[in-house]
Ligand binder design. Structure first.
Ligand SMILES: Nc1ncnc2c1ncn2[C@@H]1O[C@H](COP(=O)(O)OP(=O)(O)OP(=O)(O)O)[C@@H](O)[C@H]1O
Ligand SMILES: [Mg+2]
Length: 260
Protein backbone atom coordinates (compact mmCIF):
# COMPACT_ATOMS: atom_id res chain seq x y z
CA UNK A 1 0.00 0.00 0.00
CA UNK A 2 1.33 3.44 -0.88
CA UNK A 3 0.75 6.49 1.24
CA UNK A 4 0.04 9.04 -1.48
CA UNK A 5 -2.59 11.47 -0.23
CA UNK A 6 -4.41 11.42 -3.58
CA UNK A 7 -4.22 9.15 -6.56
CA UNK A 8 -6.72 9.35 -9.40
CA UNK A 9 -6.21 7.13 -12.39
CA UNK A 10 -8.32 7.46 -15.54
CA UNK A 11 -11.44 8.34 -13.60
CA UNK A 12 -14.60 9.49 -15.36
CA UNK A 13 -17.69 10.70 -13.57
CA UNK A 14 -21.20 10.44 -14.91
CA UNK A 15 -24.01 12.27 -13.13
CA UNK A 16 -27.47 11.75 -14.51
CA UNK A 17 -26.83 11.03 -18.17
CA UNK A 18 -23.96 13.46 -18.49
CA UNK A 19 -20.27 12.73 -18.27
CA UNK A 20 -19.04 15.52 -16.03
CA UNK A 21 -15.38 14.50 -15.69
CA UNK A 22 -13.40 12.77 -18.44
CA UNK A 23 -10.39 10.51 -17.84
CA UNK A 24 -8.93 12.38 -14.90
CA UNK A 25 -5.37 11.52 -13.88
CA UNK A 26 -4.00 13.21 -10.81
CA UNK A 27 -1.42 12.33 -8.18
CA UNK A 28 -0.89 14.57 -5.17
CA UNK A 29 2.17 13.87 -3.04
CA UNK A 30 2.60 14.55 0.68
CA UNK A 31 3.12 18.23 1.43
CA UNK A 32 2.05 19.47 -2.00
CA UNK A 33 -0.24 22.46 -2.41
CA UNK A 34 -2.49 22.20 -5.44
CA UNK A 35 -5.17 24.61 -6.62
CA UNK A 36 -8.00 23.55 -8.93
CA UNK A 37 -8.88 26.39 -11.30
CA UNK A 38 -11.40 26.80 -14.10
CA UNK A 39 -14.60 28.48 -15.14
CA UNK A 40 -17.95 27.97 -13.42
CA UNK A 41 -19.23 24.49 -14.13
CA UNK A 42 -15.87 23.17 -15.32
CA UNK A 43 -15.96 20.40 -12.73
CA UNK A 44 -13.76 21.58 -9.85
CA UNK A 45 -16.17 20.79 -7.02
CA UNK A 46 -17.18 17.57 -8.73
CA UNK A 47 -13.53 16.52 -8.81
CA UNK A 48 -13.15 17.24 -5.09
CA UNK A 49 -16.31 15.29 -4.31
CA UNK A 50 -15.17 12.42 -6.48
CA UNK A 51 -11.80 12.28 -4.74
CA UNK A 52 -13.70 12.15 -1.43
CA UNK A 53 -15.96 9.39 -2.73
CA UNK A 54 -19.09 11.54 -2.37
CA UNK A 55 -19.68 11.10 -6.11
CA UNK A 56 -19.01 7.69 -7.64
CA UNK A 57 -16.53 7.34 -10.49
CA UNK A 58 -17.79 5.35 -13.46
CA UNK A 59 -14.32 4.27 -14.58
CA UNK A 60 -10.79 4.20 -13.24
CA UNK A 61 -9.43 4.34 -9.73
CA UNK A 62 -9.59 6.92 -6.94
CA UNK A 63 -7.51 6.45 -3.79
CA UNK A 64 -6.93 8.40 -0.61
CA UNK A 65 -3.76 7.40 1.26
CA UNK A 66 -3.61 4.26 -0.83
CA UNK A 67 -7.17 3.16 -0.03
CA UNK A 68 -9.84 3.08 -2.77
CA UNK A 69 -12.53 5.59 -1.81
CA UNK A 70 -15.10 2.96 -2.65
CA UNK A 71 -13.93 1.14 0.53
CA UNK A 72 -15.34 3.91 2.69
CA UNK A 73 -14.75 2.19 6.00
CA UNK A 74 -11.06 1.65 5.27
CA UNK A 75 -10.34 5.27 4.32
CA UNK A 76 -8.47 7.12 7.11
CA UNK A 77 -10.98 10.00 7.38
CA UNK A 78 -9.27 11.25 10.54
CA UNK A 79 -6.36 12.33 8.33
CA UNK A 80 -8.59 14.33 6.00
CA UNK A 81 -10.42 17.65 6.37
CA UNK A 82 -12.96 19.13 3.97
CA UNK A 83 -14.73 22.46 3.75
CA UNK A 84 -17.37 22.31 1.00
CA UNK A 85 -18.23 25.24 -1.23
CA UNK A 86 -20.83 27.80 -0.17
CA UNK A 87 -21.87 26.55 3.15
CA UNK A 88 -23.28 28.27 6.12
CA UNK A 89 -22.51 26.95 9.55
CA UNK A 90 -25.78 28.34 10.79
CA UNK A 91 -28.41 26.15 9.15
CA UNK A 92 -30.22 23.53 11.16
CA UNK A 93 -30.21 23.22 14.93
CA UNK A 94 -28.98 26.06 17.12
CA UNK A 95 -25.36 25.57 18.03
CA UNK A 96 -22.50 27.69 19.27
CA UNK A 97 -19.28 28.10 17.28
CA UNK A 98 -17.53 25.87 19.80
CA UNK A 99 -20.14 23.13 19.37
CA UNK A 100 -19.88 23.26 15.59
CA UNK A 101 -16.09 23.00 15.71
CA UNK A 102 -16.26 20.25 18.30
CA UNK A 103 -18.63 18.28 16.11
CA UNK A 104 -15.61 17.83 13.84
CA UNK A 105 -14.29 15.45 16.50
CA UNK A 106 -17.34 13.26 16.56
CA UNK A 107 -16.81 9.81 15.22
CA UNK A 108 -17.01 6.15 16.09
CA UNK A 109 -16.63 5.84 19.87
CA UNK A 110 -13.35 3.98 19.64
CA UNK A 111 -11.86 6.25 16.99
CA UNK A 112 -8.73 8.00 18.14
CA UNK A 113 -10.10 11.38 17.12
CA UNK A 114 -13.42 10.92 18.88
CA UNK A 115 -14.61 13.62 21.24
CA UNK A 116 -13.13 13.19 24.68
CA UNK A 117 -14.46 15.79 27.09
CA UNK A 118 -12.08 18.52 28.20
CA UNK A 119 -9.38 17.61 25.73
CA UNK A 120 -11.85 17.88 22.86
CA UNK A 121 -12.97 21.27 24.10
CA UNK A 122 -9.37 22.49 24.27
CA UNK A 123 -8.68 21.30 20.73
CA UNK A 124 -11.82 22.98 19.45
CA UNK A 125 -10.78 26.21 21.17
CA UNK A 126 -7.34 25.99 19.55
CA UNK A 127 -8.95 25.61 16.16
CA UNK A 128 -11.22 28.61 16.79
CA UNK A 129 -8.16 30.57 17.89
CA UNK A 130 -6.51 29.68 14.58
CA UNK A 131 -9.34 31.35 12.65
CA UNK A 132 -9.48 34.35 15.02
CA UNK A 133 -12.85 33.46 16.46
CA UNK A 134 -11.94 32.30 19.96
CA UNK A 135 -13.76 35.31 21.42
CA UNK A 136 -16.96 34.20 19.67
CA UNK A 137 -16.78 30.57 20.84
CA UNK A 138 -19.99 30.72 22.82
CA UNK A 139 -22.02 32.73 20.33
CA UNK A 140 -24.62 31.00 18.21
CA UNK A 141 -23.49 30.51 14.61
CA UNK A 142 -26.97 31.53 13.41
CA UNK A 143 -25.99 35.12 14.06
CA UNK A 144 -22.62 34.83 12.30
CA UNK A 145 -21.90 36.55 9.00
CA UNK A 146 -21.12 34.48 5.90
CA UNK A 147 -17.39 34.96 6.33
CA UNK A 148 -17.48 34.13 10.03
CA UNK A 149 -19.47 30.97 9.28
CA UNK A 150 -16.89 29.99 6.68
CA UNK A 151 -14.14 30.43 9.28
CA UNK A 152 -16.05 28.30 11.80
CA UNK A 153 -16.23 25.52 9.20
CA UNK A 154 -12.53 25.84 8.46
CA UNK A 155 -11.88 25.47 12.20
CA UNK A 156 -14.15 22.42 12.17
CA UNK A 157 -12.06 20.89 9.38
CA UNK A 158 -8.82 21.69 11.23
CA UNK A 159 -9.80 20.32 14.61
CA UNK A 160 -8.62 16.80 13.81
CA UNK A 161 -5.28 18.13 12.66
CA UNK A 162 -5.69 16.73 9.16
CA UNK A 163 -2.74 15.82 6.97
CA UNK A 164 -4.79 16.46 3.85
CA UNK A 165 -7.13 19.43 3.65
CA UNK A 166 -9.64 20.28 0.91
CA UNK A 167 -10.96 23.83 0.78
CA UNK A 168 -13.53 24.52 -1.94
CA UNK A 169 -13.45 28.28 -2.60
CA UNK A 170 -12.18 29.26 0.83
CA UNK A 171 -11.79 32.93 -0.10
CA UNK A 172 -15.32 33.40 -1.40
CA UNK A 173 -17.28 35.91 0.61
CA UNK A 174 -14.71 36.62 3.30
CA UNK A 175 -13.12 40.01 3.82
CA UNK A 176 -9.55 40.92 3.04
CA UNK A 177 -8.35 40.74 6.62
CA UNK A 178 -9.84 37.26 7.07
CA UNK A 179 -8.40 36.15 3.72
CA UNK A 180 -4.99 37.29 4.84
CA UNK A 181 -5.24 35.58 8.20
CA UNK A 182 -6.45 32.40 6.48
CA UNK A 183 -3.47 32.56 4.10
CA UNK A 184 -1.16 33.01 7.08
CA UNK A 185 -2.71 30.08 8.91
CA UNK A 186 -2.49 27.82 5.85
CA UNK A 187 1.13 28.89 5.38
CA UNK A 188 1.93 27.75 8.91
CA UNK A 189 0.15 24.42 8.41
CA UNK A 190 1.97 23.95 5.10
CA UNK A 191 5.28 24.46 6.88
CA UNK A 192 4.26 21.60 9.18
CA UNK A 193 3.68 19.35 6.17
CA UNK A 194 -0.02 19.77 5.42
CA UNK A 195 -1.09 18.64 1.95
CA UNK A 196 -3.47 21.25 0.63
CA UNK A 197 -6.04 21.11 -2.17
CA UNK A 198 -7.91 24.33 -2.80
CA UNK A 199 -10.53 25.26 -5.36
CA UNK A 200 -10.05 28.87 -6.36
CA UNK A 201 -11.43 31.37 -8.82
CA UNK A 202 -8.57 33.71 -8.24
CA UNK A 203 -5.37 32.94 -6.45
CA UNK A 204 -5.69 36.18 -4.48
CA UNK A 205 -4.11 36.00 -1.04
CA UNK A 206 -3.28 32.32 -1.51
CA UNK A 207 -1.01 32.90 -4.49
CA UNK A 208 2.17 32.38 -2.47
CA UNK A 209 0.86 29.06 -1.15
CA UNK A 210 0.04 27.44 -4.47
CA UNK A 211 2.89 25.60 -6.15
CA UNK A 212 0.85 23.66 -8.66
CA UNK A 213 -2.34 24.39 -10.53
CA UNK A 214 -4.73 21.95 -12.14
CA UNK A 215 -6.92 23.77 -14.65
CA UNK A 216 -10.21 22.21 -15.68
CA UNK A 217 -12.31 23.04 -18.74
CA UNK A 218 -15.53 21.13 -19.41
CA UNK A 219 -14.47 18.27 -17.18
CA UNK A 220 -11.03 17.81 -18.73
CA UNK A 221 -7.68 18.74 -17.18
CA UNK A 222 -6.10 21.25 -19.58
CA UNK A 223 -3.08 22.17 -17.45
CA UNK A 224 -1.27 20.51 -14.57
CA UNK A 225 1.90 22.19 -13.45
CA UNK A 226 3.29 25.41 -12.05
CA UNK A 227 0.84 28.31 -12.03
CA UNK A 228 0.46 29.82 -15.52
CA UNK A 229 1.32 33.46 -16.07
CA UNK A 230 -1.84 35.50 -16.63
CA UNK A 231 -2.90 35.80 -20.26
CA UNK A 232 -4.24 39.33 -20.82
CA UNK A 233 -6.34 38.20 -23.81
CA UNK A 234 -8.03 35.33 -22.05
CA UNK A 235 -11.09 36.59 -20.21
CA UNK A 236 -11.81 33.07 -18.99
CA UNK A 237 -8.47 32.84 -17.25
CA UNK A 238 -8.99 32.64 -13.51
CA UNK A 239 -6.65 35.58 -12.91
CA UNK A 240 -8.79 37.77 -15.13
CA UNK A 241 -12.22 36.47 -14.39
CA UNK A 242 -14.61 39.37 -13.91
CA UNK A 243 -15.30 39.96 -10.27
CA UNK A 244 -18.85 38.74 -9.84
CA UNK A 245 -20.34 38.72 -6.37
CA UNK A 246 -20.42 35.20 -5.06
CA UNK A 247 -23.87 33.77 -4.86
CA UNK A 248 -24.49 32.04 -1.58
CA UNK A 249 -26.65 29.14 -2.55
CA UNK A 250 -28.54 27.09 0.02
CA UNK A 251 -26.58 24.31 1.58
CA UNK A 252 -27.11 20.61 1.36
CA UNK A 253 -27.22 19.65 5.01
CA UNK A 254 -25.70 16.29 4.12
CA UNK A 255 -22.48 18.03 3.19
CA UNK A 256 -22.06 19.64 6.54
CA UNK A 257 -22.01 16.33 8.29
CA UNK A 258 -18.74 15.49 6.55
CA UNK A 259 -17.91 12.02 5.50
CA UNK A 260 -17.07 10.01 8.56
N1 LIG B 1 -25.27 16.06 -8.60
C1 LIG B 1 -25.18 16.48 -9.86
N2 LIG B 1 -26.00 16.01 -10.82
C2 LIG B 1 -25.92 16.43 -12.10
N3 LIG B 1 -25.02 17.32 -12.52
C3 LIG B 1 -24.17 17.83 -11.63
C4 LIG B 1 -24.19 17.45 -10.26
N4 LIG B 1 -23.22 18.11 -9.60
C5 LIG B 1 -22.62 18.88 -10.53
N5 LIG B 1 -23.18 18.71 -11.74
C6 LIG B 1 -22.80 19.38 -12.99
O1 LIG B 1 -21.40 19.20 -13.19
C7 LIG B 1 -20.83 20.35 -13.78
C8 LIG B 1 -19.65 20.78 -12.96
O2 LIG B 1 -20.10 21.28 -11.71
P1 LIG B 1 -19.12 21.70 -10.55
O3 LIG B 1 -19.93 22.07 -9.37
O4 LIG B 1 -18.10 20.64 -10.38
O5 LIG B 1 -18.42 22.98 -11.19
P2 LIG B 1 -17.34 23.96 -10.57
O6 LIG B 1 -16.16 23.94 -11.48
O7 LIG B 1 -17.11 23.64 -9.15
O8 LIG B 1 -18.09 25.36 -10.74
P3 LIG B 1 -18.16 26.66 -9.79
O9 LIG B 1 -16.96 27.47 -10.12
O10 LIG B 1 -19.41 27.34 -10.25
O11 LIG B 1 -18.23 26.21 -8.37
C9 LIG B 1 -21.93 21.39 -13.88
O12 LIG B 1 -22.40 21.42 -15.17
C10 LIG B 1 -22.98 20.89 -12.92
O13 LIG B 1 -24.26 21.24 -13.33
MG1 LIG C 1 -17.52 24.60 -7.41
Amino acid sequence: MNDLPIEVDDASVVLGNTTILHDINLTVRPGESVAFLGANGSGKSTLVRTILGIYPHATGRVELFGVPVTHRKAVPWNRIGYVPQRVTAGSGVPATALEVVRSGLLGPAKAMWADRGRKAKARAMDALEAVDLADRAHDHVQVFSGGQSQRVLIARALVRNPELLFLDEPLAGIDRESRQSLAELLGKLRAQGLTLVTVLHEMGELEGLVERTVVLADGVITHDGPPLPPDPHDQQHPHHAPKIPIHHAPVLSTEIGGQS
